[in-house]
Design a binder for this molecule. Structure first.
Ligand code: PLP
Ligand code: COI
Length: 335
């Protein structure tokens, strides 16, 4: 029996993972492997030149024991776009979706029951492998899907957590911040460590061109609820286009009757926010209690309680994801 007590965001070994190889001509059909260790040349481009892309999505167990995934087509599309930017042969959406379904179903017993609030995190990835030395794309590639049961990404869960603005940059306006490439996350390791060492849940990046606007959180998008009742979130060329954020904007408009807008959020605009949060697949929604930057503190709804609009959005989003609420949008695929 798998133990789902105290699930955090760590790896639990499961039965199977999926692997497929591109030999320079086309993607093989791939199959399930019991071992998640891989053997690749140490000359691989993924190791030296970060020719690597990945995705993150989740499988949910409903009260009735069904297994379902959320907006898988969007992850498949984004993965294809990421491959394109990293010069990795595009993984067809059908291969991506079939591989995810196969891997989830091979690890059914690792999907936490509804009452735990846990999920099965799904991590598709693609790597440049083989023998390379100069800065050029690999001749061979691996596409894989890993899964593991998880709980909250940020320890606070749905309780508010403090964040700090870092003066380091993660991505440039014409760089790869909008692409889910491992390279972006390498740049984020140090600012994330600094934030943790100072007692913050994570850091928030400013736009790297002017350092005056909110860009995003290290592992999630940023959103706010203005004091006059709008859902706002940064418009920026260098942030990951979050599927969770897109879903929250739709829910805010349709279910809460709130305007939802991508806008430039200047530092001083934070003073107009009643509530703020971080959103993403791993983060779900984590309310932000306050943001510190140099000698300034921007304080939001509460240090200890989730704000009312953030809570409504959380209930709607997770209600659909876990199958407690009917999905009017076709976001759910039952496996
Ligand atoms: N921003 C970053 C840097 C992320 O790593 C993630 C996680 O995937 C997100 C935003 C949220 O994106 P999504 O909602 O598609 O998971
Ligand atoms: C996700 O939310 O799926 C991500 O990929 C973020 C990662 C840092 C865990």
């Amino acid at each position: 029996m798998v133990n789902f007590d105290n699930l955090g965001f760590d790896v639990t070994k499961v039965n199977n993972n999926f692997q497929a190889i591109h030999d320079g001509t086309s993607w093989g059909e791939g199959d399930l492997k019991s071992d998640d260790d891989i053997t690749i040349s140490a000359f691989s481009t993924c190791l030296h030149y970060a020719q690597e892309v990945f995705e993150g999505l989740k499988a949910y167990k409903t009260k009735d024991g069904n297994i379902q995934v959320f907006r898988i087509e969007e992850n498949a599309k984004r993965f294809r776009d990421s491959c394109k930017r990293a010069l990795i042969p595009e993984v067809p959406e059908t291969l991506f979706i079939d591989a995810v379904k196969k891997t989830v179903l091979a690890n059914k017993e690792f999907i936490p029951p509804r009452e735990t609030n846990g999920t099965l995190y799904i991590r598709p990835y693609a790597l440049g492998i083989g023998y390379n030395l100069g800065l050029k794309p690999a001749k061979k590639y691996m596409f894989g899907v890993l899964v593991t049961p998880v709980g909250s990404y940020f320890e606070s869960g749905i309780n508010p957590a403090p964040f700090m603005i870092t003066d380091l940059d993660r991505a440039a306006p014409r760089g790869t911040g909008h692409v889910k490439m491992g390279a972006n996350y390498a740049a984020g390791l140090m600012p994330n460590r600094i934030a943790h060492e100072h007692g913050y849940a994570d850091c928030i990046y400013l736009d790297s061109e002017t350092h005056t606007r909110i860009d995003e959180v290290g592992a999630a998008n940023f959103f706010g609820i203005t004091k006059d009742g709008r859902f706002v979130t940064p418009s920026s060329p260098s942030i990951l286009p979050s599927i969770t954020r897109r879903s929250l904007m739709k829910l805010a408009e349709d279910k809460l009757g709130m305007p939802a807008e991508c806008v430039e959020i200047e530092l001083d605009d934070l003073n107009h926010l009643a509530e703020a949060g971080a959103c993403g697949t791993a983060a779900v929604i984590t309310p932000i209690s306050k943001i510190d930057f140099k000698d300034k503190t921007f304080q939001f709804y509460s240090d200890t309680e989730v704000g009312p609009t953030t809570k409504k959005l959380y209930d709607l989003l997770t209600g659909i994801q876990f199958g407690d609420i009917e999905d009017p949008y076709g976001w759910i695929t039952v496996l």
